[in-house]
Design a protein around this ligand. Structure first.
Ligand SMILES: [Zn+2]
Length: 150
């Protein structure tokens, strides 16, 4: 058990987990830590609310990849604030359903293969200067923590 855990930790140092790399330039799906706007972990406080996904470090404009093989389901509007990074996508397949934002996806339908480029990260720095830019990923069922899949 402990040995397995150690091997798992070692493995996650060198490559992404069950899911593939989410963002070009971050092959291990390293998570956003704490910055001036909060923390990137699942369950982190967001004022009176809770962070229902995880934030994988990603530079503005970087290509974003499909974490698993499946299909693009639809466009999602994550924040309801009507600002510049108000766009994302829902993906489903391989037993998972996720929402990812803020990204401009290449398309919002059709099949995708794990590792395929699905879009680009929008310019988070324009809206939240100094934040650790990231792609947010959450399960469609937000009671589930996606961290183990990363
Ligand atoms: Zn987030």
């Amino acid at each position: 058990m402990l040995r397995g855990l150690i091997l798992f930790i070692l493995f996650t140092q060198v490559t992404a987990g069950i899911w593939g790399r989410l963002c070009d330039g971050n092959p291990t799906n390293r998570l956003r830590g704490t910055d001036g706007y909060g923390s990137g972990f699942y369950g982190a406080p967001r004022g009176r609310r809770t962070h229902l996904g995880v934030d994988v470090i990603c530079s503005d404009g970087s290509t974003v990849d499909a974490p698993f093989t499946g299909r693009m389901v639809k466009m999602v509007i994550p924040f309801g604030n009507n600002h510049a990074i108000e766009n994302g996508a829902m993906l489903e397949g391989s037993g998972y359903c996720v929402k990812m934002f803020p990204i401009a996806a290449l398309r919002y339908n059709g099949s995708v293969t794990k590792g395929e480029v699905i879009g680009r990260l929008l310019n988070i720095q324009d809206v939240y200067p100094g934040i650790t830019s990231h792609v947010h990923i959450q399960m469609c069922d937000t009671s589930v923590d996606p961290t183990p899949y990363l």
